[in-house]
Each structure stands twice: as C-alpha cells, then as structure tokens.
Design a protein. Structure first.
Length: 174
C-alpha cells in the first residue's frame, strides 16, 4: 500500500483537527470570527498536506487527494482574506439548509404516514430543523454558537478517524 508511507500526514491532520474541534467546542460564541480564521488556516494546512499526500502517493486515488488539497487551499485563502463574509455565508447556508431539510422531512413524513409507524418523530425532527434555521436567520449570534459546536464536534470526529487511519496505515508501512 503506497499510501501507507504517508501515514504521518494523516496523523498530523488528525491531531490538528482534534485541537481545532476542542477549541471550537469550548468557546463558540466569543471566538466566532477567530473560529472562522482558525478554520481557514486549518483548511489551508489540511490542503497542503492533502496535496503532498496526493503528489507522493503513486496509487490510483492520487487525483482525489490533489483535488481535496486544491479545494482546501482555495477555501483557506478565501476564508483568511474575508473572514466576516465567510462567517456570514456559513450562517446563511446552514440556516437555509436546516429550513429546507425541515420542510422536506415534514412533507415526507406526512406522505409516508400510512406506510410507517412513528412518523411523529420524523415530523418533530423536521420541525426542529426548520425552527433552528429560522432562529439562525433571525438571530445570527445563536447561529454562531451552534456553528461553533457543530464544527467542533465534526472536527473532533474527523480528527479521530484520521488518527485511526494513520495508525492503521502505519502498520502497513514498510
């Protein structure tokens, strides 16, 4: 496995993601713009490591790693240049996604109510999603707090899985 030679890059990416995730969970409201900047730096550094992994790996999946790296570099640069705009874009995107998801879940639950039992739970989850989206649009600061937690949880999970992958790859490196 040629990717196994770059196991340490996955480990570094995982550790950085874990650190970023813990910081985001501990101070989501007061550090929203800082969180955006940290995300930009993380995306940039992650993009660099993904590019290096893609360039040094001689497997059939190298193109996907390079593409991941280019996208990470692009998102990182845009975020570092315009952090307030990127933060606002995050909130609007998340709010619209939550509203649309909520509507679709309620509609789906109503349409399939004769086929399944417990459609109430799907309706409830749709209503919660819809309410969250509206709340974020009406009160962006609450969205900033929620975004901080969501990103923090995501980064911790992403980091843990990259660390697990790196340890597995390390066993195959020879």
């Amino acid at each position: 496995m040629l990717l196994a030679r770059t196991w340490w890059m996955f480990l570094i990416r995982g550790v950085l993601a874990l650190i970023f995730g813990v910081v985001a969970i501990l101070s989501p409201a007061t550090a929203f713009i800082s969180l955006v900047l940290i995300f930009g730096a993380f995306a940039f550094v992650d993009g660099v490591f993904a590019l290096i992994a893609g360039i040094t790996a001689k497997s059939e999946n190298w193109l996907w790693l390079i593409l991941e790296g280019v996208i990470g570099l692009f998102i990182g640069v845009v975020t570092l240049i315009q952090p307030a705009a990127m933060g606002e874009a995050w909130l609007i995107l998340i709010a619209v996604w939550a509203i649309v998801t909520g509507i679709f879940e309620v509609v789906t639950a109503i349409r399939i109510r004769k086929l399944i039992e417990g459609e109430f739970w799907m309706i409830l989850s749709g209503l919660i999603s819809f309410a969250f989206g509206v709340l974020v649009l009406l009160n962006p600061m609450s969205g900033a707090v929620a975004v901080g937690f969501i990103i923090g949880i995501y980064a911790v999970m992403f980091g843990a899985t990259l660390i697990a992958l790196s340890l597995r790859l390390r066993r195959h490196a020879a």
